[in-house]
Write a protein that binds this ligand. Structure first.
Ligand code: SR1
Ligand code: MG
Length: 403
């Protein structure tokens, strides 16, 4: 029967798995076991021995940060399934699933104890901008490989059927990211009274509401590729040389611009929370590098991988001699427009919804936090109230500078 592990439970559990225990080396009683839970949902432990370490993640029957919010345990299954599907395509950018236990809902991956969460790294000072290019490559490879551009429809649909069962976490995204912030809901909250008029303006804007309706519909009805589903800067661990995407439990088939939009939104949030010119330059550089790397790698795969010769792929390959350049450009432009929309939605929900971000806590007082959050909300509103306002990444960055 399922039981929630504590640190000593983790020690015995890992000791009972010969191949995992061998990675740690030394005797189990000498291992260091540390609880490092950081996200909202699960328990996470690091187990380290003389040879190396592993990270053990276990689902709880509730939201970790709110035990009254009950939740089924199956999210670890979807995280393990996500890793099994994407790790072969991005082995240097995520972690391999070393073990999954379908009764205890435990997932074990290699420890990243020398890495820092990207959000924390950004709050502590400058990072190297190439991290964003690595994430662009991650999104390009993980989405291309799981789309109809790379495989016949049968394996793609089998995967879609599998991840369509990830309904508990999909419900969270639909509600927390794409619905709740646009009306009064007890899960919404914000501490700065000066934000209320901006929230009211967002909720009164018919264009914003129509766009959110369309983004929500698109999220559920446009299964372009297997998404990470929660690609914020807390789902990325990094050193200067090595960057890994973690926490794929929200994985779902959906529009590629959703993953891109969440990552860019969290860079934008960090930009508004870091009021200094050098940092703003860095964040903008990161957004440029991310989008450039994503498009470069996606197009490279599209130009070099054999197109599956079945009717599903013909949707994307309408010309007989292969996919026209024009079709590719239109496809990437539609991902860009989705990215802008989901970016706006993510910024808004991270300021007024249930799950806020820590980035603004570096600001010295309520007044500065209010002013910067207000700017972020107004930028997010622009992302939503006029489709095609930003034609390209340069328009997007220009608008970020305008007050
Ligand atoms: C109840 S879960 C709240 C948020 O935490 C996760 O990391 C996702 O971002 C989710 O929306
Ligand atoms: Mg998470």
């Amino acid at each position: 029967a399922y039981r929630t592990l504590d640190a000593e439970g983790v020690r015995s559990y890992v000791a009972s798995l010969p191949t995992i225990a061998a990675r740690l080396g030394s005797a189990p009683e000498t291992w260091t076991i540390r609880e490092v839970s950081d996200g909202n949902l699960n328990m996470v432990f690091l187990a380290e021995g003389s040879n190396g370490g592993v990270c053990l993640k276990q689902a709880l029957p509730h939201v970790r940060v709110d035990p009254s919010w009950k939740m089924p345990l199956d999210r670890t299954f979807f995280e393990a399934a996500y890793l099994r599907n994407v790790f072969p395509h991005v082995p240097d950018l995520t972690t391999e699933c070393l073990h999954f236990d379908p009764e205890q809902f435990i997932l074990i991956v290699k420890s990243l104890s020398g890495h820092t969460v990207l959000r924390t790294a950004l709050m502590n000072g400058p990072v190297i901008p190439e991290i964003a290019a690595r994430i662009g490559r991650f999104v390009a490879h993980s989405t291309f490989a799981t789309s109809l551009l790379a495989a016949p429809f049968e394996p793609v649909m089998d995967r879609r059927i599998c991840f369509a069962r990830n309904q508990t976490l999909t419900r969270i995204t639909v509600d927390l990211v794409l619905t709740d912030p646009y009306h009064n809901h007890p899960r919404n909250h914000w501490a700065e009274p000066g934000l209320t008029p901006v929230v009211d303006a967002i909720r009164a804007d018919e264009n914003v509401l129509a766009r959110i309706d369309s983004l929500r519909l698109r999220f559920l009805s446009c299964p372009q590729a297997l998404l990470h589903g929660d690609l914020h800067t807390g789902s990325i661990m990094t050193t200067e040389d090595d960057t890994r995407v973690i926490d794929g439990e929200f994985a779902i088939y959906g529009p590629i611009g959703f993953d891109a939009g969440l990552f860019v939104a969290n860079l934008v949030l960090s930009l508004f929370a870091t009021p200094d010119t050098a940092a703003t330059h860095l964040h903008k550089q990161m957004i440029t590098l991310f989008w450039g790397s994503f498009t470069e790698h996606f197009l490279h795969l599209w130009n070099t991988q054999p197109t599956p010769s079945d009717p599903a792929a013909l949707y994307y390959a309408p010309t007989q001699g292969g996919i026209s350049e024009r079709e590719k450009t239109l496809f990437l432009e539609s991902i860009f427009q989705d990215m802008v929309g989901y970016c706006g939605a993510e910024i808004i929900r991270r300021i007024i919804g249930y799950a806020h971000v820590a980035d603004f806590s570096v600001l010295p007082n309520t007044e500065s936090r209010e002013a910067r959050k207000k700017q972020a909300l107004l930028f997010a509103k622009k992302c939503l109230d006029q489709k095609h306002l930003f034609k390209n990444v340069s328009d997007f960055l220009t608008s970020l500078s305008a007050d």
